[in-house]
Write a protein that binds this ligand. Structure first.
Ligand SMILES: [Zn+2]
Length: 239
């Protein structure tokens, strides 16, 4: 995996060229339906009606998506857009697409079964990426607990980066992917059964019965197709 180099911008010399989001597709936003940000990352590229749509087609689009899925706060996204050169962000987006390709092949290989320690042999690229990251712990006020009278401390530790430069975006993505690999039940990762749909998701239903990326799209289409089939088999009697 090629990780973009020399993408950190010196704030004093930054050439401010980015002044707004760039539309890369006619779709409004990338689908967020996978129950996992890392799997939503895979769903940023899909085939639809015979053409490929890529929501990470440019650096500006990458920053928009990172903000959309809250891997960057509004403030951090604003900072990156203000400080980074457009071509730096494009280089990072190329790295992000490469990371996505790698993660896609990993998920394709291991989904539908529980991961074992043997998977470590295939994880060198993500470990190599994250090895160069620099994080430090900060104590913050914890969001209020939902249960009244909770004995949980009002403070908690949060891992932070000194700055969110364009180069740090790869670590933000890498961290999301690494967390997914280390915590998701790969046995419950599924691909949508919709015709010509390539979206992936984590099935979190209690009966593990999720079949579609979304009921509003593929689920409905399948329902209509099955209804049509039934009607063809048993046509209503003419009156
Ligand atoms: Zn689908």
């Amino acid at each position: 995996m090629v990780i973009p180099q020399n993408t950190t911008t010196d704030s004093a010399t930054a050439d401010i060229r980015y002044d707004g989001p760039v539309e890369v597709t006619s779709w409004a936003v990338a689908p967020v339906l996978a129950e996992s940000t890392a799997l939503d990352f895979l769903n940023t590229s899909l085939y639809s009606t015979g053409r490929q749509i890529d929501w990470l087609g440019s650096g500006a689009a990458l920053v928009d998506w990172l903000q959309q899925v809250q891997l960057l706060s509004e403030q951090e996204a604003l900072e990156v857009r203000r400080m980074a050169r457009l071509e730096e962000l494009d280089t990072v987006a190329a790295g992000a697409r490469q990371l996505r390709d790698w993660f896609r092949s990993f998920v394709l290989r291991y989904h539908g079964q529980a991961l074992t320690g043997d998977a470590l042999h295939d994880l060198a690229p993500i470990n190599d990426l994250l090895r160069a990251d620099a994080l430090h712990l900060q104590i913050h006020v914890r969001p209020p607990p939902s249960d009244v009278g909770s004995t949980v401390s009002p403070l908690h530790g949060v891992w932070k980066r000194r700055e969110i430069s364009s180069g740090a975006l790869m670590y933000v993505l890498g961290e999301a992917v690494a967390h997914a690999i280390a915590s998701l039940s790969f046995a419950n990762i599924k691909y949508c059964q919709g015709r010509n749909c390539s979206l992936v998701f984590l099935d979190k239903t209690s009966r593990l019965s999720r079949r579609w990326c979304s009921m509003a799209t593929c689920g409905n289409r399948a329902k209509q197709a099955s209804h049509r089939k039934k009607q063809q088999k048993n046509p209503p009697h003419a009156s």
